[in-house]
Ligand binder design. Structure first.
Ligand SMILES: [Zn+2]
Length: 330
């Protein structure tokens, strides 16, 4: 083997090991950030018995395999999530670096892509666990995307290898996030206000309270009923599990990967979300009362964005070319 091949393999192995180590830190983020715990203060400890974990049991992937997923002190099961996140991060980092010739193009652009992927992994698992995204991670993704666009546009010799233009990034910023905002916060509530029983009843009662002459007793009765409906409306979960985090995530993703990748990611997420929804429905109808976890939309969006990090633009170009040629050649 010649020197270039050897050093290329060497770099890939190093990237994988580095990714796995970062993945180990991402695990900490995924568990501690939603709970509002500090990332640096406390040492790692067993979730079941609280025993501190020794350094030699904290080696990513290897420790989990050696202990066969059990705590050394109490034998309690350690979630397979740890090894999943660690290997996922390692693999994603290697896949990112495989797209570039780092010896010619340098490390900066692939490194920025890895930083963004790391944030996506945290947001995806966080949203899966808690149905919420922490503001800090969304801000982090936004900053990585802004720095990436800034460097690739103004210092293309420093951050080499990027084929997404500033314009594509800026269109990406709004291409999916704005439609999401409109669907989530204008159209859906509007539709909902016409199909939800509590909202319908509340509207009717308000009308009657205004228009008709009522005696005190009747009025009080209606007011009480209205209060009940309003309380029920307050208790309702956000419709379709669409939160404020999703549009922000897609704004950052669009800025980072360009509009084609953002649109591709939204498609992937909608398809995966629909398939998952069908599975949940099927399982719910075939199991008596057993609780099946409903999932937020965020994890599907992060999968879509991660995929588009590797080939979103190429796939959208293929699709656009296909549509273009098939409509122009006939
Ligand atoms: Zn333990």
């Amino acid at each position: 083997m010649d020197f270039v091949t050897l050093s290329t393999i060497g770099i890939r192995v190093m990237v994988f090991l580095f990714g796995v180590t970062i993945g180990s830190f991402l695990n900490v983020c995924i568990y501690r950030l939603p709970a509002g715990e500090s990332l640096t203060k406390k040492n790692s400890h067993c979730m079941t018995c609280g025993a501190p974990i020794k350094w030699y049991d904290l080696i990513p992937i290897i420790s989990w395999l050696v202990l066969r997923g059990k705590c050394r002190a109490c034998g309690a099961k350690i979630s397979g999530r740890y090894i999943l996140v660690e290997s996922l991060t390692g693999i994603m980092f290697v896949l990112t670096f495989l797209q570039f010739d780092v010896i010619v193009g340098g490390l900066i652009y692939p490194a920025l892509l890895c930083l963004f992927l790391a944030g996506l992994i945290v947001i995806g698992f966080e949203d899966y666990d808690t149905q919420e995204m922490t503001v800090g991670v969304l801000v982090y993704l936004g900053i990585v995307a802004i720095v990436t666009r800034f460097l690739t546009h103004f210092f293309p010799k420093v951050a080499r290898g990027c084929d997404i233009t500033l314009a594509e990034g800026l269109i990406g910023l709004v291409a999916v996030s704005v439609p999401f905002l409109i669907i989530g916060f204008v159209i859906t509530p509007l539709i909902y206000s016409f199909i939800d029983e509590d909202r319908k009843s509340a509207r009717k009662i308000r009308k009657r309270l205004k228009s008709k002459k009522l005696d005190k007793a009747e009025e009080r009765k209606l007011e009480k009923a209205l209060e009940k409906h309003l309380a029920a409306i307050k208790e309702q979960k956000p419709v379709f599990g669409f939160g404020m985090g999703d549009p922000i995530l897609m704004a950052a993703g669009g800025l980072m990967y360009g509009w084609k990748a953002a649109v591709f990611a939204a498609f992937v997420a909608i398809i995966l979300g629909a398939v998952y929804g069908l599975i949940v429905k099927y399982k719910a109808s075939h199991s008596d009362g057993e609780n099946i976890k409903a999932v937020a939309f965020g994890p599907f969006l992060t999968i879509g964005l991660a995929l588009s990090s590797f080939f979103g633009t190429q796939l959208m170009d293929m699709y656009i070319n296909y549509v273009y040629t098939s409509t122009h050649l006939v």
